[in-house]
Design a protein around this ligand. Structure first.
Ligand code: NAD
Ligand code: TYD
Length: 357
């Protein structure tokens, strides 16, 4: 069995669906089901005896310890986190609870379990920690992309909390020998992405005739990776990654936010044309995010060189699939919308995001 934390979130649910489609393995999804956790993402696994779910907080040491004892996993893939930068600016406390204290607690439970295994199982066990490129801070226009040796310089409460968790994972390998692996990935996009993040927010706001909010001048750059490519990279690192190492994962797809939004509008203009005008007409420039990182870019050559991983989707193919997925899954969108999402929009954007032009 493999444990997956945060498996009801965006990347975790894609990971579980891809894993069970490609190999025969039991999975226990451990998820607290915060606003970002959506069990409906995994509805297609209903009746699949390989899939198991438990609602639990990763910071609940007693519960996690009991799960380790009961299920004896061969690995844990740790996705669970508070993941939205804007939320970390409004209320950082939850980020410290889950990303720092939760990861610490999980490491402690994993260490106790792993220490008691026989030598063969001990050597085979893996703790794979899923992290972000945001721990490296921000790049200037001509800086080389982040590599595994780039010094950490997190700028938001989110990235600082993820950086802290990365350091704890590193220390548990160095000090206790826990067989850890860490991946630092760039911005993901694709199916099941919660519509507080740029790409799904823009697709759904566009279809609803609402404003498409661009922070500041829209020239901030992100390195976009289609989510199934991220999941494939994690499977490679789990299978063949060198214990104690970190691997950067990226799509070689640096795009300015405004260009991403233009692309989304153009695809929607083709796939679901408005009666009058273009979706681009809905673009609205709003106040910038405080401390907004200007540019992220990932150098993923280590992963390619050592484990043979390369992304299979270009930005053009991945973004077209993503728009199609949102158009084809109106019920998923309705389910999300009946949850806490609308309250979040109100808190964060006030009236801005509700306006139409
Ligand atoms: P998400 O916010 O969509 O999902 C997070 C999941 O974790 C949710 O299901 C939530 O219910 C669960 N969770 C939160 N707190 C928990 C707790 N205390 N105990 C148990 N479960 C809890 O996040 P995501 O976008 O799927 O990101 C997954 C991981 O990948 C995160 O660690 C994130 O830092 C990392 N990451 C994300 C991106 C990206 O672009 N989304 C890029 C690189 C790395
Ligand atoms: P986001 O999807 O929140 O991911 P991250 O902050 O982890 O990179 O944002 C991606 C980029 O889009 C980021 O530069 C902020 C910007 N952005 C907007 O311009 N408008 C928005 O409404 C949102 C949510 C993000």
């Amino acid at each position: 069995m493999i444990f997956v934390t945060g498996g009801a979130g965006f990347i975790g649910s894609n990971f579980i669906l891809d894993l069970l489609a490609s190999q025969d393995e039991h999975v226990l999804n451990i998820d607290k089901l915060t606003y970002a956790g959506n069990p409906y993402n995994l509805a297609s696994l209903d009746g699949d005896e390989r899939y198991h779910f438990v609602q639990a907080d990763i910071a609940d040491r007693e519960k996690i310890t009991q799960l380790f004892e009961q299920h004896q996993p061969r690995a844990i893939i740790h996705f669970a986190a508070e993941s939205h930068v804007d939320r970390s600016i409004h209320s950082p406390g939850e980020f410290i609870h889950t990303n720092v204290n939760g990861t610490f607690s999980l490491l402690e439970a994993a260490r106790a379990y792993w220490s008691a295994l026989d030598s063969e199982k001990k050597a085979a066990f893996r703790f794979l920690h899923v992290s972000t490129d945001e721990v490296y801070g921000t790049l200037g226009p001509n800086d080389p992309p982040f590599s595994e040796t780039t010094p950490y310089a997190p700028n938001s409460p989110y990235s600082a909390s993820k950086a802290a968790s990365d350091h704890l994972v590193r220390a548990y390998h160095h000090t206790y020998g826990l067989p850890t692996l860490t991946t630092n990935c760039s911005n993901n996009y694709g199916p099941y992405h919660f519509p507080e993040k740029l790409i799904p927010l823009v697709i759904l706001n566009a279809l609803d005739g609402k404003a498409l909010p661009i922070y500041g001048d829209g020239q901030q750059i992100r390195d976009w990776l289609f989510v199934s490519d991220h999941c494939a990279a994690i499977r490679q690192v789990l299978a063949r990654g060198k214990v104690g190492e970190t691997y950067n994962i990226g799509g070689w797809n640096e795009k300015a936010n405004l260009d991403v939004v233009h692309t989304l509008c153009d695809i929607l203009d083709q796939q679901k044309p408005k009666a009058v005008g273009s979706y681009r007409d809905q673009i609205t420039f709003v106040q910038d995010r405080p401390g907004h990182d200007r540019r992220y870019a990932i150098d993923a050559r280590k992963l390619e060189r050592e484990l043979g991983w390369k992304p299979t989707e270009t930005f053009e193919t991945g973004i077209a699939k993503t728009v199609r997925w949102y158009l084809d899954h109106p019920q998923w969108v309705i389910n999300i919308r009946t949850g806490g999402y609308l309250k979040w929009l109100e808190l964060h954007y006030g009236g801005d995001a509700e306006e139409t032009t």
